[in-house]
Ligand binder design. Structure first.
Ligand code: DGL
Length: 278
């Protein structure tokens, strides 16, 4: 369950948008699921394309960037913020929850909850950026739910640039996956958390290496369900029947983002503009 009580956060008007941010385009995987589940909600997305990647940065930088991103979303009138970036969720979630007076949802807990539901042998793998693995947040979230779960985490830093290069399904990526996942394969895990926004796009390659018995956990769907629960708990669903709007803001190169977002989401984008970050 989302851990936001009605008392702790102001309830913003229900016609305000759902705010989502990521370091770049990976968070669109979460947007896609939110649109599927909650087609009547306005969404404002911010992708920090000028400062991506976050997964190789220090915790201080990730926290600072995340606060900037949340400020951008707040200025666009949002009723909640989804931190659709694992690296930001790992380091900045608590700071954001203290600093901003709307509910804030990260991607770590939903992913961990789903993995615990799926694992039978209680051996769960986590693959993520170096920042996310270094934070130990997935381990903490998994063992908070069930202490007996064994967690094996592996950083796969080359996966993000491979996806950004559009090489999700070629031989080089398959070779890199084979190397990164070689030891994990020997651990007999039966659930593997894709702990980075870009990794769902590598599902085919990862699944080929890990085999059919390992369930791949993509937290995007789970996050969308928690957004729905949070809005329902707070009676904060958008009520108007007017068509919902999707507005996208990025910190660099809006046109190339627009092309990728349009083809990935397959829906109309009502606005896309650039916001320069300091
Ligand atoms: N969005 C980031 C994450 O989920 C991946 C890309 C990056 O390193 O910024 O950790």
């Amino acid at each position: 369950m989302p851990v936001v009580s009605k008392k702790s956060k102001r309830i913003a008007p229900s016609n305000y948008a759902i705010g989502v941010f990521d370091s770049g385009l990976g968070g669109l995987t979460v947007v896609k699921e939110i649109i599927k589940l909650l087609p009547n909600e306005d969404i404002v997305y911010f992708g920090d394309t000028a400062r991506v990647p976050y997964g190789t940065k220090s915790s201080e930088s990730i926290v600072r960037f995340s606060i900037d991103n949340a400020n951008v979303l707040m200025s666009k009138k949002v009723k909640m913020i989804v931190v659709a970036c694992n690296s930001s969720s790992s380091y900045a979630l608590e700071v954001l929850k203290k600093k901003f007076n709307v509910p804030i949802l990260g991607v770590i807990e939903p992913g961990a909850q789903k993995a615990v539901k799926l694992t039978k042998n209680k051996k769960v793998g986590v693959i993520a950026t170096s920042a996310t693995v270094g934070s130990g947040k997935y381990l903490e979230a998994l063992q908070n739910i069930d202490k007996s779960i064994k967690v094996i985490s592996v950083a796969c830093p080359l996966f993000v640039p491979l996806v950004e290069e559009g090489w999700a399904n070629n031989q080089i990526t398959a070779d890199v996956a084979g190397l990164y996942l070689k030891n994990l394969k020997k651990e007999n895990i039966d659930a593997l958390i894709l702990g980075c926004t870009h990794y769902p796009l590598l599902k085919t390659v990862i699944s080929k290496v890990m085999g059919k018995k390992v369930a791949l956990v993509d937290s995007a769907k789970e996050v969308a369900h928690q957004v729905e629960m949070m809005l329902d708990q707070r009676k904060n669903r958008r009520k108007t029947k007017q068509k919902a709007r999707l507005r996208i803001f990025v910190s660099d190169k809006p046109q190339s983002f627009m092309r990728i977002a349009k083809s990935f989401l397959g829906c109309k984008i009502d606005e896309i503009s650039c916001i320069k970050m300091m």
